[in-house]
Design a binder for this molecule. Sequence first.
Ligand code: GLA
Length: 387
Amino acid sequence: MMSARLSKLTDDFKRLYGAAPAVIVKGPGRVDLMGIHTDYNGGFVLPVAVNLDVIAAGRLRDDKTVRVYSQNFETMSEFSLDSIEHDNVNKWSNYVRGMLKFISEAGIDLRGADIALHGNVPIGSGMSSSAAIEMATGVLFQSLLHFEMSGPDMALIGQKAENKFVGVNTGIMDQFISRLGKKDNVLFIDCRTLDYDLFPLDTSRYKIVVCDTMKRRGLVDSEYDLRRSQCEEAARLFAQWVPNVTQLRDVSSADFQAYKDKLPEVVRMRAEHVIYENERVLESRNVLKNGDFEKFGRLMNASHDSARDLYEVSCAELDAMAEVCRAAPGALCNRMAGAGFGGCSVSLVEDKFVEQFTSVVNVEYERKTSLKPNLYVCTAEDGASII
Ligand code: GLA
C-alpha cells in the first residue's frame, strides 16, 4: 500500500513540476497509550507513532517560492519564504507555512521548494494528522538542506507552528512522538524537561487497535483551553500550600489528598485527573517494561474513566466505544486517545482475536450509535524520516 502511495505521489510530482522529487519523507500520526491531558501540565505521556502518515515529496528551487500540492485536497498553495502569511482557503497548508516560518526564525537559511503531500491519517480523528504534516515538512527541508536540528528542537518548532501560527494551544506530545518515535517502541516523554525514553513494545500477544468513533470533535478548542486554565488555577492554588509548585506535575497524590477540600469542586476534579494520570503513566512505564499487559490494560481503563468522570472530555460516542470494545472478544481495555470529545480510542486486543474483535465492534458500535466506526490495527513505527 505504501509503494502504491509513493508511486502515485511521484507521478503527480513529475506531472506538476516536470521532474522527479529529490527526496520523499514521512511524518507519522500517533496514538497515546497513556497520559491524557498531562502534557501541558508538565507531566508524562506514553505515545507511539503509528503506521498512518503524511508522505511528502520535495525538490529545492533556486528562489524563495514554496509550492505545495495536497493530493488529499487536490489543491496547490503557493507562498514566498520572504513573507509567510496564513492561507485562509487552503487551511491545510498553514501547517507547512507555520513550520517554515519558525524554522526560518530559528536562523536556518531556507530555500524555496516544490512539494507534494499525501496523508492517510484520518483528519479530525485525534491521531494528529497536523503533527504528521508538520514533522514531514521539517524533515523534508532538513533532508533537502542538510541543516542541524535535534528531534526535540524540531518538535518544539512544530508546537510553536501549531500554537502561534495555526492558533491551537496544544502541548508537545504530538510533534514529539511524530518526530522521535521508533519502530516497535513506546516513547516515554517528560513533557517538562523533554527527557525521553524509548523502550520496546512486544506486540506478539496484544495488538494496538485504534477505534475511530467517526464522531468529529466538536468544541474541542474552547473546551481544551478551558481545561488548561482550570489546571493552571489548580496549580496556583496548590502553590500556596506546597513549595515549588508551578504546574500540576509538581503536585503528588499525597499533596492532593491533604489539600483537595480547599479546592473549588470543578478545579478539584481536573487536578485529581491530572495528578493521578501522571502517576498512572509512571506506573505504566514500569508495568509495560515488565511485559505485564494485563495490569497495563487496567491502567488504560482507569485512564479513560478518569478522563470521562473527572476531566469530562468524553462524549456519548467515546463512552459507547469503550463499553463495546471492553466487552468484545480478546480485548484487554479501551481508552479515549488524543484530546477526547470524539475522535479515536485505543484498545489492546489479544492477537488471535483481532478479527473477531473488529467484527463485533463494527456491529455493536453501529447498533448503539448509528455510526459506522473505522478500526485500524496499528503498529509502532519510526518517527519522521526519509523513506
Ligand atoms: C491533543 C493535544 C496534545 C495533548 C492531548 C491530550 O492531542 O494536541 O498536546 O494535550 O490533546 O492529552
